[in-house]
Design a protein around this ligand. Sequence first.
Ligand code: NAD
Length: 334
Amino acid sequence: MRTPRSLLVTGAAGFLGSTFVHRLQAQRPTVRVVSLDALTYAGDLANLEGLPVPGHHTFVRADIRDTAEVIRVMEAHAVDTVVHFAAESHVDRSIEGPAAFLSTNVEGTASMLEAARTVWAARAPEVVPRFHHISTDEVYGDLDGDQPAAVEGDRYAPSSPYAASKAAADHLVHAWRRTWGLPVSLTHASNSYGPRQYPEKLIPVVIGKALAGQPIPIYGDGRQQREWLHAEDHADGVLAVIERGAEGSVWHVGGPDTLENRELAGHLCALLDEAHPEGAPHARLMTSVPDRLGHDRRYALDCTKIRRELGWSPRWTLEAGLEQTVRWYVQRRG
Ligand SMILES: NC(=O)c1ccc[n+]([C@@H]2O[C@H](COP(=O)([O-])OP(=O)(O)OC[C@H]3O[C@@H](n4cnc5c(N)ncnc54)[C@H](O)[C@@H]3O)[C@@H](O)[C@H]2O)c1
């Protein structure tokens, strides 16, 4: 069991980074946390409001590609654990403009690895550092309907520029370990959802359009299958790995439920019919639009390893999680 003392969380003002910081502070109140974020369009400091232990939290506005600044922050806060969430994260944007994804996800990850390698080369012997990298199920690409779920170590076959940039970042993490002995771990998670997600992602899009009485876009036939994982369960899986997962190990953190996109949208509409009856039935707004280029049909992660070895399993059922998420967006809209 490692006990991190000072954690640097990149992308901490985004959806998953902020959820991780909230969960971490709720469960490990003595750990010091440095949230580092460039506050791009996807970052919002409001996501870090209401933290359980604000006295143990510092926010630094910085770009992960600024290696010298990351080194300064890591040294100033005696960081022993990096949890690297920061990324360009929206597949559609990667199709419109891949360059930002190569810069942030690939060069940015290399910069973070260099910073960690530099700082930890001079560490005291009692410090047990860890660079934890947040990856995605999308690096495995499309699975056929009858193909078994991906297991750790399966071949990468990313489809989108986003997934390819995340795959490249994963390879860099392994390379820094192999070449310089940087202590690392990785998690590949499935589609995550919950409060605080940026409005461009599928679940907030469906909720936002439905509440506005506008057409709810469904890509193609809407039969793409995704596993849905509550952001808090994602965060808890990451915490289990940085504390108890072996150095150099890779883990799948997958959602309990698989749904086709159109089923998911239908389910959200039904929840909205109760939470916001004025616009009911919201499902009438679901509208097929041309499919996303290269759209993967199915992702699936085999999570046997993390369940068996670390005892992690999702706490949220999809039903309860979607209800909570819908409530959060409805209340926020006022
Ligand atoms: N959301 C999902 O379903 C999901 C699933 C699996 C893995 N992931 C991975 O989790 C991570 C976080 O995803 P998210 O959904 O929270 O994304 P997000 O877009 O909500 O947040 C990304 C954060 O990174 C910050 N950022 C971007 N570029 C930066 C830079 N150059 N320097 C510093 N900060 C920068 C942004 O300001 C933002 O706060 C990503 O690495 C993503 O690939 C996401």
